[in-house]
Design a protein around this ligand. Structure first.
Ligand code: CAA
Length: 258
């Protein structure tokens, strides 16, 4: 019996999968689901046996946004008092690489959840959008910031001000997603990517994620220095010694993730 009611979790080959599971609401992200996703992901992040976290939804919807029905009757004081959506910040602080496999709708909070991951693999039929403007609000889970950093002002303004949906081909063209594959291949492709990352030395994948992430948080000079210091620090790991001697000896490295 699963400990969760809105997600299904499993772990195989160092990949932990979180499948969003509210089909009746197209995986709309209500408060319970937000809590469960973040709790599960934090548990996997702390597990040395997990090298990658994979987030996926259903064929029809990755997630159709935050749960509109749950928010509809709330007022400003409630939203502010609860600091609604703050919990997602905990997901973005995790050091384990996160891959999202996106099929169907990734709208509003669904698009924003996908953008919290490090690599998005999209199905050809996936649809991305920030339709909050049609509800009299704006993105609240990071869309105005992450979308703009991912695709630039022109496309971010276009999507956020008009609420228009884009297809997977456009999402790939503008740099929102890493790869687009046939609809029935998206989970297989994302799993392959997740397993490949999980097969590498964990300190180096974690530091690679931190170094790329710092590009969004710092000046170029600070980011370059941070990257260089991370690079130096990897020379304190057993895996660096193993990786470089394996190369010299023309054999595959055996990672100890330390
Ligand atoms: N919240 C709550 N319920 C939702 C939902 C959402 N975001 N999206 C879909 N649902 C529910 C529908 O109400 C419907 O429930 P009922 O059967 O009880 O009526 C069920 O899921 C199936 O949806 P539809 O019948 O609408 O399915 P469709 O195929 O006709 O349309 C859709 C699909 C175009 C995605 C449409 O459901 C839709 O437009 N959803 C809302 C998209 C949206 O506006 N997202 C942004 C939410 S706000 C937000 O995310 C804020 C933020 O920044 C975090």
């Amino acid at each position: 019996m699963s400990e969760y009611s809105t997600i299904v979790v499993s772990t195989e080959s160092r990949v932990a999968t979180i499948q969003l599971n509210r089909p009746e609401a197209l995986n709309a992200l209500n408060a319970e689901m937000m809590e469960e996703i973040v709790t599960a992901a934090m548990g996997f992040d702390a597990d040395p046996g997990v090298g990658t976290i994979l987030i996926t939804g259903s064929q029809k919807a990755f997630a159709a946004g935050a749960d509109i029905k749950q928010m509809a009757d709330r007022g400003y004081a409630d939203m502010y008092a609860d600091d609604w959506f703050r919990r997602w910040d905990d997901l973005t602080r995790l050091r384990t690489p996160i891959v999202s496999a996106v099929s169907g709708f990734a709208l509003g909070g669904g698009c924003e959840l996908a953008m919290m991951s490090d690599i998005i693999i999209a199905a050809e039929g996936a649809k991305f959008g920030q339709p909050e403007i049609n509800l009299g609000v704006i993105p609240g889970m990071g869309g105005s910031q992450r979308l703009t950093r991912a695709v630039g002002k022109a496309k971010a303004m276009d999507m956020i001000l008009t609420g228009r949906r884009i297809d997977a081909a456009e999402a790939e063209r503008i740099g929102l997603v890493s790869r687009v594959v046939a609809d029935d291949q998206v989970l297989a492709e994302a799993t392959t990517v997740a397993e490949l990352i999980a097969s590498k030395s964990k300190p180096s994948t974690q530091m690679a994620k931190e170094a790329v992430g710092s590009a969004f948080e710092s000046t170029l000079g600070q980011g370059l220095l941070f990257e260089r210091r991370m690079f130096h620090s990897l020379f304190a790991t057993e895996d660096q010694a193993e990786g470089m001697s394996a190369f010299a000896q023309k054999r595959d490295p055996v990672w100890r993730h330390r």
